[in-house]
Design a protein around this ligand. Structure first.
Ligand code: KG4
Ligand code: ZN
Length: 343
């Protein structure tokens, strides 16, 4: 089976081709970061319009690099939610039009399931069951992954997502959008312990997160006195330390409570080096192996949508010809591929 995958849930347009036997044949991506920078965040209408502009050229390149003719495509998967409705619709309409023309099935994929399955593109792939720490711009949660499609949320954020906390505090430090990676870079020159920001919910049992207090703490630090270059780096370092410490502690707690021997880290914040290092070290201490997607598959991409599509299309699922997307879509509403629909 060879499938084409399309991702347009937010500000990245991406197309990939995945072959069941040969693996990933191509993955193309266009990032809209420059387009939205002047506004300090993603402008939904601009995002939709740009997806429309980029999808055909991305498709051509992806098919060309994969040396694949449309007649060799057996199915199409596309991100159907959660995400920006207009952006999702551009990908869904594009995927469904191709599927109609090429007479193949199409299937809408849950964006977070795609993030969760991204590590399956790597060798070795993580074993099942495992705990997944899913940390992106819009979501932060610990998931009990018992099997593909069988997800139980162990804990989630009560307010801001980890990526949002990175981006908002970066903005307070005057860093351009999207601030997460820039804040991480600035933090490299920061001194440990120069500032100490709250590590919310760590003192309480359970697996929930809360990151909104970080903004206030950083705002106070920034307001107190004009910060030197070193001071800004110190603040960045303290923000990163607080987020990384909180995520790591709760991930370890989830591993202890499930007794699983594998931890998967997925989503854009999974690209953060401090987080990767700390989780790997701490998990190893309790005999747990940690699995990450490669950096480019942590942030939004179509390769992960292809992986999820491969499992589900192979099991005979398809969306019919209707173009249906969901801005909100709880992860635990998903079914195991191939299982009958409950009445
Ligand atoms: O998964 P993703 O690409 O998009 C969503 O589905 O949300 O995640 C994007 C988020 C942004 O908040 C971005 O700032 C954050 O991931 N991010 C990082 C790093 N790279 C991306 N945050 C901290 N350190 C990084 N290296
Ligand atoms: Zn994402």
């Amino acid at each position: 089976m060879r499938i084409l995958a399309i991702e347009t849930s937010c500000d990245e347009s991406a197309v990939a081709v995945l072959d069941e036997q040969l693996g990933l044949l191509s993955h193309e991506l266009w990032s809209q970061v420059e387009l939205h920078r002047a506004y300090g965040g993603v402008v939904p209408e601009l995002a939709s319009r740009d997806h429309v502009r980029r999808l055909v050229p991305l498709l051509r390149t992806a098919l060309g690099r994969a040396q694949t003719h449309p007649t060799q495509i057996d199915g199409i998967s596309y991100t159907a939610g959660p995400g920006l409705v207009g952006a999702l619709l551009t990908g869904a309409a594009f995927a469904q039009s191709l599927a109609l023309g090429w007479k193949v099935p199409a299937l809408g994929i849950h964006h977070l399931e795609a993030h969760l399955l991204a590590p399956l593109l790597e060798t070795p792939a993580p074993p099942l069951p495992h705990v997944a720490l899913l940390v992106s711009g819009g979501h932060t949660m610990l998931v009990d992954v018992r099997g593909i499609g069988d997800y139980r949320i162990l804990g989630a954020t009560r307010d801001d997502a980890a990526g949002e906390a990175f981006d908002k505090t970066a903005k307070l430090l005057g860093l351009p959008y999207p601030g997460g990676p820039q804040l991480a870079r600035l933090a490299e020159g920061g001194r440990e312990g120069a500032y100490r920001f709250p590590r919310p919910m760590l003192d309480r049992p359970g697996l929930e997160f809360s990151f909104s207090g970080l903004k206030t703490a950083v705002m106070q630090a920034v307001r107190e006195a004009p910060l030197s270059e070193q001071g800004r780096a110190d603040v960045a370092r303290a923000v990163e330390d607080a987020i990384v410490a909180t995520l790591s502690a709760k991930a370890l707690r989830a591993l202890e409570s499930t007794g699983y021997a594998a931890l998967v880290v997925a989503g854009g914040v999974g690209a953060n080096r401090a987080l990767r290092t700390r989780l790997t070290q701490q998990a190893a201490l309790i005999g747990v192996q940690t699995f990450f997607p490669r950096l480019e598959f942590c942030t939004d991409n179509a390769a992960m949508v292809a992986v999820a599509g491969m499992y589900r299309l192979r099991a005979g699922e398809h969306a019919g010809r209707s173009i249906h997307v969901r801005a909100r879509w709880p992860l635990d509403e998903l079914r195991i591929p191939g299982s009958p629909v409950m009445p």
